[in-house]
Write a new protein. Sequence first.
Length: 282
Amino acid sequence: MNKKLLFLLPVVSLIGFSFFYKGNNISKFHNDGIETVNYTNNPPTGKTGAPGEGNCTDCHSGAVQDPDGVVFFTVGGGPGYMPGNTYPITLSTLSGVKNGFELTILDGDENFAGSFTAGDNSNVTSFGGVDYIRHSESDGVISWTFDWTAPDADMGELTAYYAVNISNNNDFSSGDEIFVGNTAIPLFGVGIEENELDKAYNIFYNKLTNELNLNYSLLKESKVVLNIQDLSGRLIEYYDFGYQSSGDYAEKLVVSNVDTDGVYILSLFINNQAFNRKVSFN
């Protein structure tokens, strides 16, 4: 047998049962292929659980769990933001010998909002126009604090999406606990209560029945009125529901005075707060 071939055989055998290193992850090999991929730092992007993204279970076994009471997200000076201001954000958990995370902040159209400045045991990376902050150290770390600078302009309500892996450090993907959550970051100047009322207000026009389908919620007893106006601001029709107690409401309203197809402004008044929607009557 060729001496070169004899030399290669033990080398190939050794490689087949050892580790290989690629960047900052370690992959274990068995005869049937790669068994695990462990990111002790710098996990890949797109694992926050945001719309269209995966999470830590893409590489670790186990089901996604509710983070309530286990993972804590706080915005210093929050919970809202003012454009251009910088806020310290802390993401933490209660325990774990080796923990990791990844987080991003998006607006309602899934555009990245603001910018991150890494703190201890974290770093910032980007992919596809989205910035991510993630763990750069995992051993014994249960809390990460970093700065987030809000966007220079109002981007409406934002959402922080995050995934946290509480690892059992057994060098395998099994037995880890994966927590995926999201937290709203409203614009300051729009109160938390007002923001909740606005989110609950939905309305559309059904031409077949000539009805408006209205949904809204009240956090306390309130006087409720709905106005229909044309784009010049002229009042076309209104509905006075009087005072209603807290709760969720669904109404079907017959439209009597709208004679022309087009776009109208439908203003829901809850006490002295107005919530506006543009609705097509076509």
